[in-house]
Design a protein around this ligand. Structure first.
Ligand code: C2E
Ligand code: MG
Ligand code: MG
Ligand code: MG
Length: 295
């Protein structure tokens, strides 16, 4: 009967949910050990000035590779690390790694690095001082670092809005820039823009993707509106997930400042970023960034 079939569907659903919960529990249990065992690395994705093609920044993106060579995507383990609180230790490691890597990147190439930071990290009233200590230890000016926060991060920290704002303000007083990540996908983007000290707006990749389709004047209107809002607030705009030359051209025409995406380069280990920067500095060897060999 229909009822029986329905019941069976529920049983299958329950089993799948149960299996996923079990797998998640295992991953959560693994996070701290993985950190201690050195299974995390930081990759870097170049960020390009659309007007000149120069690489001016890079985004630090966490990678988890297990001893058997399999990797787990941050889209999967970051939410679990946030739910379990492991993100505090992991995020602290990311920041110290980034600052250590940034020492040479900034001295040799004048690069800034932008790093993703979760709400739990910003709720710690010692967070800003921790970051400032790391910068000082590596002879870095605050301007070499950008802190990226997501709108969803901010939704979850309403109770700690005071601390979060205060930590961001301290960083900003020391010239560390603040970026809002994935802009346009959250609940109340505009409210956050009004409340928080922000320097950079990262337009979510879903807006970049909209341009692929033909005859999407309505879609373009959203991109134009975001860019105009950003300009009016005196913010810099970065377009995420630029995958084609046509998208890069269009964004440049629309006045977007910076862009990152597979069209320019994929996230890659630190060595690759150094290689890209060296090759681009030598005019004889300089190849368009899109043609740089990827590992
Ligand atoms: P995000 O901060 O929005 O990072 C951009 C994501 O887009 C990255 O995914 C990047 O690899 C991907 N991407 C870059 N170019 C393209 C493109 O042309 N097309 C497409 N489709 N995607 C592109 P990834 O590395 O898998 O990271 C996913 C998310 O995990 C990040 O999104 C960020 O929210 C989070 N995450 C990564 N590293 C960290 C970290 O160290 N700390 C925290 N708290 N979160 C992190
Ligand atoms: Mg980001
Ligand atoms: Mg993003
Ligand atoms: Mg995104």
């Amino acid at each position: 009967s229909a009822r029986l079939a329905g019941g069976q569907q529920y049983a299958v659903y329950d089993a799948a949910v149960h299996a996923e919960r079990l797998a998640n529990t295992q991953l959560v249990a693994d996070l701290h050990r993985a950190l201690e065992d050195g299974e995390f690395t930081v990759h870097y994705q170049p960020i390009v000035a659309l007007a000149t093609g120069a690489v001016v920044e890079a985004e630090a993106l966490l990678r988890w590779t297990r001893p058997d060579g399999t990797s787990i995507s941050p889209g999967r383990f970051i939410p679990l690390a946030e739910q379990s609180g492991a993100i505090v230790a992991i995020g602290s490691w990311v920041l110290s790694q980034v600052c250590a890597d940034l020492r040479d990147l900034h001295r040799d190439h004048g690069l800034s690095v932008t790093v993703n930071v979760s709400a739990q990290q910003l709720r710690d009233p010692r967070f800003a001082q921790h970051v400032l200590d790391l910068l000082e230890r590596n002879d870095l000016p605050g301007s070499a670092l950008i802190v990226e926060i997501t709108e969803t991060v901010l939704v979850t920290s309403v109770v700690d809005a005071g601390t979060v704002t205060e930590q961001l303000q301290i960083l900003r007083d020391h010239h560390v820039r603040i970026a809002i990540d994935d802009f346009g996908t959250g609940y109340s983007s505009l409210a956050y823009l009004r409340q928080l000290p922000v320097d950079i707006l990262k337009m979510d990749g879903s807006f970049t993707a909209l341009q692929i389709e033909e005859g999407t004047e309505r879609d373009l209107a959203f991109i134009r509106a975001i860019l105009e809002l950003s300009r009016n607030l005196g913010l810099q705009t970065i377009a995420e997930a630029v995958e084609t030359a046509a998208q890069a051209d269009r964004l440049r025409e629309l006045g977007c400042d910076l862009a990152q995406g597979y069209h320019f380069a994929r996230p890659a280990p630190l060595d690759t970023l150094h290689k890209i920067m060296r090759e681009r500095r030598d005019p004889a060897a300089a190849a368009p960034l899109t043609h740089v060999e990827l590992p």
